[in-house]
Write a protein that binds this ligand. Structure first.
Ligand code: SDX
Length: 428
């Protein structure tokens, strides 16, 4: 017998079904609430509101658990390739060797970007933030592939659009960096894997041979896996709601890139490094900055700390912190920002303000330090997050379109002026 939720309103009792997920999460299904009671619910930031049912990613914020299609993030980060994880998220199961080979080859053959798009890059100023370039370039892909404009055209057309986007995003990202550097664009190389191809397009120059360091490529593979999906976060919810209007995949992902840019979300990884550099330049007094973060009168926040869902360690931060030590040791790098980050973490985790609010390092706290070690410039950090999150966004968009979910359209409680008569300007 499934549970029932009862709500008492205006002397009447209303009953609503309780639904339970495969990991025993429970929700009150209020989809008939307004029709039955005339009331809506109010939940700014959707902190208590489920927007959908999904079979892609499960996370438990209290226990610090994160699973993609049932597989733990720890196992996938240790054993899988990013393209394997992309397949898992989008199609639901780990690929066989044949399926992985076909998927990889199909992505490889779509890595080139239409030559006409190079003119778009040249129109941007050198100081253009790469997230702004990437969001517009991704949406512009829809103008070169008009068959993508109808997301429900056919399963084959949907798969081709998915492959094109997975293949071209690293090229667009690397070219946004080369454009900012006013360096010549490097074309994809079909004999390199996904991560090595991106690094080659980022750092190779036509004037000399460039060999990708396997330590760097492997570290990038792990980082992209850790960012690949995270259920209904801000940017994924943006992708879903834009896609719910039957906008095409390119437009939906472009909106997700824009949402990710914010410093409270994916932009935090850039903000963390800028914060650490500020603390370093200020003499490294972490106690002073932790005090500032606690001061309600001070707008300063400890970037990379806190999370809407994780009220325990973000399991991704734990993995990235260890990878930080490994990568910097292998590369013989001694980055003072890592020492400051560790001191900051220690002081904050012992402080009642942070403990009482369950504020722990999140995925963004250490990721920037690895990106720096890999030679990725700070303004490209959130672009790296977008490359990692792309398969998750695609999987969530695909699930939403295949489940024929309704267009997203929240309600509101109006608090503005009550009806009044128009007054001519002379009488105002
Ligand atoms: C990502 O949702 C996802 O899954 C996102 C993500 C993903 O993979 O998609 O995990 C990626 O976006 C990670 C988060 C990156 N952002 C940051 O690191 C920015 C710094 N963090 C905060 O701005 C904040 O913690 C948020 C935005 C992450 C979460 O904000 P919430 O859930 O709305 O919590 P809140 O702002 O209501 O904070 C609760 C309390 C407040 O104090 P009180 O009102 O109780 O006195 O905690 C305080 C906040 O002032 N607080 C902080 C803090 N974060 C929260 N105080 C100082 N420093 C911080 N970082």
């Amino acid at each position: 017998m499934s549970e029932i939720a009862k709500i008492e309103l205006d002397g009447k009792t209303f009953e609503f079904p309780v639904i339970e997920g495969t990991e025993n999460e429970k929700a009150i299904d209020i989809s008939k609430l307004r029709d039955a009671t005339g009331y809506i619910t109010l939940d700014p930031g959707y902190k208590n509101t489920g927007a959908t049912k999904s079979s892609i990613t499960y996370l438990d914020g209290e226990k610090g658990i994160l699973h993609y299609r049932g597989y733990s993030i720890e196992q996938l980060a240790e054993k899988a390739s990013f393209i394997e994880v992309a397949y898992l998220l989008i199609y639901g199961n780990l690929p066989t060797q044949t399926e992985l080979d076909i998927f990889t080859n199909n992505i490889t053959k779509h890595t080139l970007v239409h030559e006409d798009m190079k003119q778009f890059f040249e129109a941007y100023p050198a100081k253009a933030h790469p997230m702004g370039v990437l969001a517009s370039m991704v949406c512009s892909l829809s103008t070169f592939y008009p068959e993508s404009l109808d997301p429900n055209r056919s399963p084959e057309a949907k798969d081709l659009t998915i492959l094109r986007l997975l293949a071209k995003l690293p090229t667009l990202a690397a070219w946004s960096y080369k454009n900012a550097m006013r360096h010549p664009f490097m074309y994809p190389k079909n004999d390199l894997n996904y991560c090595s191809n991106f690094l080659h397009m980022m750092f190779a120059m036509p004037t000399e041979d460039y060999t990708v360091d396997p330590v760097v490529s492997n570290a990038l593979n792990k980082l992209l896996i850790l960012h690949a999906d995270h259920e209904q976060n801000c940017s994924t919810s943006t992708v879903r709601i834009v896609g719910s209007s039957q906008a095409n995949l390119y437009a939906s992902i472009s909106a997700g890139i824009s949402a990710l840019w914010g410093p409270l979300h994916g932009g935090a990884n850039q903000a963390v490094i800028e914060m650490l550099e500020q603390i370093h330049a200020d003499g490294g007094d972490v106690d002073k900055w932790v005090t500032k973060a606690k001061d309600k009168e001070d707008p300063f926040r400890l970037m990379g700390f806190g999370h809407r869902v994780y009220k325990n360690f973000d399991p991704r931060a734990t993995i990235i912190k260890k990878a930080c030590d490994d990568v910097l040791e292998k590369m013989g790098i001694n980055d003072p920002m890592l020492e400051i980050a560790k001191k900051l973490e220690k002081v904050a985790l012992e402080d009642e303000y942070f403990k009482s609010r369950n504020l722990y390092p999140n995925v963004d706290f250490y990721s920037g330090i690895i990106y720096r070690a890999l030679g990725i410039p700070t303004e490209m950090f959130t672009v790296m997050f977008a490359i990692g999150r792309l398969p998750g966004w695609i999987a969530q968009w695909k699930e939403m379109t295949e489940n024929n979910e309704p267009i997203g359209r929240p309600r509101q409680i109006y608090t503005g002026a009550t009806p009044r008569e128009y007054v001519s300007i002379e009488k105002r």
